[in-house]
Design a protein around this ligand. Sequence first.
Ligand code: HPA
Length: 271
Amino acid sequence: MLEKIKQTADFIHNIIKETPDFAIVLGSGLGKLQDEVEAIHVLDYPEIPNFPQTTVAGHGGKLIYGLLEGKKVLMMSGRFHYYEGHSMETVTFPIRVFHLLGIKNLILSNACGGINPAYRIADLVILKDHINMMPEHPLRGKNIESFGPRFVDMSEPYNKKMIETAEKAAADHHIKVHQGVYVALQGPTFETPAEYGMLKAIGGDMVGMSTVPEVIVARHMSMDVFCISVVTDLGGPDIAFSVSHEEVLNAANKAMPNVITVVKSLVRNYQ
Ligand code: HPA
């Protein structure tokens, strides 16, 4: 696996020839952020050696290198989910590659189900913490010391300074943002009302099927991580709203201008 990661990083490095300031991963329905990048190189996943392939509608499959607000960004349009059948190694493969490319800052986005009763559809939530309920851990197995330690500190999974910068950006633009705890489940089913009740009881504000494996692997390598979620549907023990993938994409679309504003401002102002 290490050889493959190096091979892929070398391939990308030979094309972009620079170290990006940020890696950005776009979640379900959030692909439009890619239009904001002044693209210098666009690589389709199939042309990148060893790169996994996506299988879900609404998830693209492109790595875009270019400028966003004058900063060098490497953007992943289309991520890999555990529920697709990928191993955790595959799900987190791009994050390992980003690290070997010298990238220090990681911005993630996703669509989530709102658990917190104060949340509304198309609200933005900055992750302040998470609860990992995925059935497999991405760091299980032999530790690669060159990446990071066997036992990883997770006391600050999401970088406080990045959160502050994003909060300020949102306030400056009069965009409402929450801060919440994201619970990661494997999916692909959305949650039952009883499951929503459980997730609320354990301290979750929102639930989703991605992100946490990538965050763990990024923290293993001491990358600074930021994640913003769009609430695309709501659930709870006493609410029986139905939800479809289409509704998730529609809500993500509605929130897109705000996501774009916050992410651009974060990229512009961080460090
Ligand atoms: N649950 C899990 N993942 C999701 C949801 C949800 O309700 N909405 C968007 N992604």
